[in-house]
Design a protein around this ligand. Sequence first.
Ligand SMILES: [Zn+2]
Length: 344
Amino acid sequence: MKVAGIDPEEAWAAVLRRDRAFDGRFVTGVLSTGIYCRPSCATRHPRRENVRFFDCGADAREAGLRPCLRCLPDDVSREGKAVGKAIEAIKCAASVPTLADLARLTDYSPSHFQRMFKRSTGLSPAEYARALRRERAGEALSGGDSVTGAIYEAGYGAASRFYEDNKGRMGMAPSAWKNGGRGVSIRWAVVETTLGPMLVAATDKGVCRLSFNEGEEHLRARFPQAELVPGGAEFAGLLDKVVAAVEQPGSGGADVPLDVQGTAFQEKVWQELRRIPPGETRSYAEIAAAVGNPGAVRAAGSANGANNVAVLIPCHRVVRSDGTLGGYAYGLDIKRELLARERD
Ligand SMILES: [Zn+2]
């Protein structure tokens, strides 16, 4: 039976991934503990057979359940409205509203508002405003507008701010990757290295994929709409640099341009990975804390796994809190070897 138009299996899957997008659409009743939660609740998942889904908190209370004190499921709609109102204000304002402005607007204290906004969007209001401007600038640019026109349209006060915000940012205009790389030309090659066959692929902006034991079909699956062009003289110089960075990790590679696109959170994690000095490691929890979201250990792990450019974005420098290696997309032998080379 569907609840709030959602199939129970879909609802359960949303609970398992703690999907915030489903908060407010149904609540998860846990018959064994007598409480109900929002789908994204951070507590340990109940067993499936003890779960019953309800349209809303009132229905769950009628069935004798109490609201969870950790995720406060009954506050979702009030919070959702407040966050929506704040997003509206950020989008429409000529200059970015202050945290105090937004808190006043939504009737919360600034610190409570900041926490709630972050829980709901994954970003602080200031980060959200920056991401929004960046996105608008990216979209306007890919539409063929002039750079300064795009900057002013996106709400930047001065052109210099645009370059500051984008400095050190890895990636291309968001809309290009959204369409599976349509209109983008990608040069690629597979080279033999001491770590095995390595695939390197790059757009004219930078390296968009570095992986091991992959071929054209893997690249095609990642960028289905892009034009894939093997090798080429222009590409050879970049390829040499990348191979050197892999064969002597830590020796270079920091100046190799990258062209990757993720969510704002993923990009923060990737930036943070590039700050880990060669020869050192960090735990997922340390990365989550370093990007200002200590609760997002699991999300930091997935962002690490979503990294398209191995070695140059050194996801191999992230290990488990107990010091064991954890996982690696291309096998633990390669991870171990990369770390050993960096320590020497
Ligand atoms: Zn809960």
